[in-house]
Design a protein around this ligand. Structure first.
Ligand SMILES: [Zn+2]
Length: 249
């Protein structure tokens, strides 16, 4: 317990140093009176806050959007904390709200495929399952000019046929989760924050861009909790055998 506290204290020290460095950099920028100093301020701050990650990276994931009642607020909360997350998109929602999908990309978020209508894939058979995934690849490509490599099957339900579909469509990682925030099941903000506190290096947490105010309100506390435990929000990539791995952004 005592060791943990002192490690946490050391980390807070590092965080303070990082923030001080950001402040000094900002001051130097102002003093140098360069022609275009303002634009670099925000990314510098984000990098400074998350500079130290002694205990590794975690994947923050938000499913089922874009959603006009939550996407913008969620992006603002993440940006305020200098954090990037992975959004698993419903193709149908991307078609309805293309500007929100573009906002996600502009905010530096990573975009994954979460099917067109969120069916129980193993139950609908082929070619329906393939088409659900393929159409979603297509709309995302058309909207933001990039084709996802990450796929999250609705309800985490998958099988060898679906994994074969993913491979054919260039989806190199099937991303499930090992921490469920239960935001979809009525969890309070405190309960979502509590779930996030169970993450360790390499963890992936399931949350939703589903209009839940609880999920949005949890963001600042999730980020400060990660920071105090020496963890940083990371990028999910495809590791060996298509297993998702969380790395530095
Ligand atoms: Zn979902």
């Amino acid at each position: 317990m005592h060791r943990a506290l002192s490690r946490s204290a050391r980390h807070l020290g590092a965080l303070r140093s990082a923030l001080l460095a950001v402040a000094l950099t900002a001051a130097a920028t102002v003093l140098s009176a360069a022609p275009s100093p303002a634009a670099s301020a925000a990314p510098d701050k984000a990098a400074g806050v998350w500079a130290a990650c002694p205990n590794g990276y975690v994947g923050l994931t938000y499913d089922d959007g874009p959603n006009p009642s939550s996407t913008t607020a969620l992006l603002n909360a993440l940006k305020a904390g200098g954090a990037r997350a992975t959004f698993f998109i419903w193709g149908q929602h991307a078609q309805q709200y293309p500007s929100l999908l573009r906002q996600e990309q502009a905010a530096g978020m990573w975009i994954g495929n979460h099917t067109w209508t969120h069916p129980h894939l193993p139950q609908i058979g082929e070619p329906a399952a393939y088409n659900e995934i393929a159409q979603t690849q297509q709309i995302i490509q058309q909207t933001i000019g990039q084709t996802p490599t990450l796929f999250r099957p609705p309800y985490g339900e998958t099988n060898s046929q679906i994994r074969n579909d993913e491979t054919r469509l260039g989806l190199t990682a099937e991303v499930l989760w090992n921490v469920d925030s239960q935001d979809w099941n009525g969890a309070s903000t405190a309960q979502i924050v509590q779930a996030a506190s169970r993450m360790t290096g390499g963890s992936i947490i399931l949350m939703h861009d589903g209009g839940y105010q609880t999920t949005i309100a949890a963001v600042p506390q999730i980020l400060s909790g990660l920071s105090s435990r020496g963890l940083c929000p990371g990028k999910i990539i495809s590791g060996a055998n298509g297993q998702p791995v969380v790395t530095a952004p």
